[in-house]
Design a protein around this ligand. Structure first.
Ligand code: SAM
Ligand code: SF4
Length: 335
């Protein structure tokens, strides 16, 4: 192991999110345009390069890896990569290997993921209505995702549902989603829609359902107890006293959670983003590709990159404009 990664604000970087592809089998309206152009294959890190990159981060103190995308499970051969990461779990250097997925391929992969050492998955799902699901994902089919969730639970994976809160879309499903997660023993986290990428004429402001409003709605039926639990990430949690459920809120726009941020994000082309809401990034692919067999230049580039980590992001809807917008798509940095 080498010296841990500490950023200029004394935050230890122990969590790496890795986008393994920019491709997806869905086209969620808040994430992608209908006609996305995807990267040519040679731009992507190969599975071997992803292994080398992640292994270097683990050596430098990263204890949690979250695999994301695009849709991570549509990356060809992705189980080879998951299986390669198992050795870091076995050694104890890596404490958790996990993924965020739209669930469409879980029926196929859930058992293999469990065998590779994955114990928890985040599955994104915004509605329980088949028609609305088809509308919001453009290409997705709800029954396939439900089968994926069934398979994940059967395999022994703990499931958390991530729901983007969308005004005029899933406001009326708040209690249905809460009840459904309770009935299946799944955690639930709501996410505020963020101003990412140029995705056509969908208007972020029109879709913006403030989570403080969502909380008030929840409080009409349940007693909410604030939990002190922090994961170093943006989520804040409450317990619904009547059911014992834990509900998360990711509120980049109404709360500043940056002071305890422990994470950085690697894109599928090897760019390291230091903050989801800022443009600061460093290219790690060149030091990796130009030095086969020697990780020292890559380690130096990672250390240098961490010195660029900004104090926080600047998303702001408060002046009724989408300030602090970043131009890249969420599928580029993986959310
Ligand atoms: N395809 C996988 C999935 O959907 O779970 C992983 C990648 S996806 C980019 C990661 C997360 O980002 C999903 O939960 C998705 O809902 C969320 N997301 C995408 N665009 C967003 C936006 N504009 N605002 C807030 N969340 C967004
Ligand atoms: Fe694909 Fe996930 Fe983006 Fe939806 S949110 S288009 S499933 S990457």
């Amino acid at each position: 192991m080498t010296a841990p990664l500490i950023d200029p604000f004394q935050r230890a970087i122990s969590y790496l999110r890795v986008s393994v592809t920019d491709r997806c089998d869905f086209r969620c309206v808040y994430c992608m345009s209908e006609n996305m152009t995807f990267l040519p294959k040679k731009e992507l890190l190969t599975l071997e390069e992803l292994d080398r990159m992640c292994s270097t981060f683990v050596r430098m103190g990263v204890e949690k890896l979250r695999i994301t995308g695009g849709e991570p499970l549509v990356r060809k051969g992705i189980m080879t990569f998951f299986n390669a990461m198992t050795r870091h779990l076995d050694s104890g250097d890596l404490k958790e290997l996990t993924l965020t997925t739209n669930g469409s391929q879980l029926e196929r992969f859930a058992d293999d993921l469990y065998a590779a050492g994955v114990r928890r998955v985040n599955i994104s799902l915004d509605t329980l209505d088949e028609k609305k699901f088809a509308d919001i994902t453009r290409w997705g089919r709800l029954p396939q995702v439900i089968r994926g969730i069934d398979a994940a639970q059967r395999a022994g994976l703990r499931v958390k549902i991530n729901t983007v809160a969308l005004k005029g879309f899933n406001e009326n499903e708040l209690f249905a989603l809460v009840d459904w997660c309770k009935s299946r023993d799944m955690d639930l986290t709501f996410i505020e829609v963020m101003p990412m990428g140029d995705i056509g004429n969908e208007d972020r402001l029109d879709q913006y359902w403030k989570l403080s409003d969502l909380r008030k709605d929840l409080a009409q039926r349940y007693t909410l107890t604030e939990l002190s639990e922090r994961t170093g990430g943006p989520a804040r949690y409450v317990r619904l006293e009547e059911t014992g459920q834990k509900i998360g809120f990711i509120t980049p726009l109404t709360h500043n959670f940056c002071e305890s941020c422990n994470r950085v994000r690697l894109t599928c082309t090897g760019e390291l983003y230091l903050c989801l809401g800022q443009e600061d990034m460093a290219d790690l692919r060149a030091p990796l590709r130009n030095n086969p067999g020697d990780d020292a230049p890559l380690e130096a580039a990672i250390r240098q990159a961490i010195t660029l980590k900004p104090e926080g992001h600047d998303f702001d809807y408060s002046r009724q404009t989408v300030d602090g917008r970043v131009s890249r798509h969420m599928s580029h940095t993986g959310g």
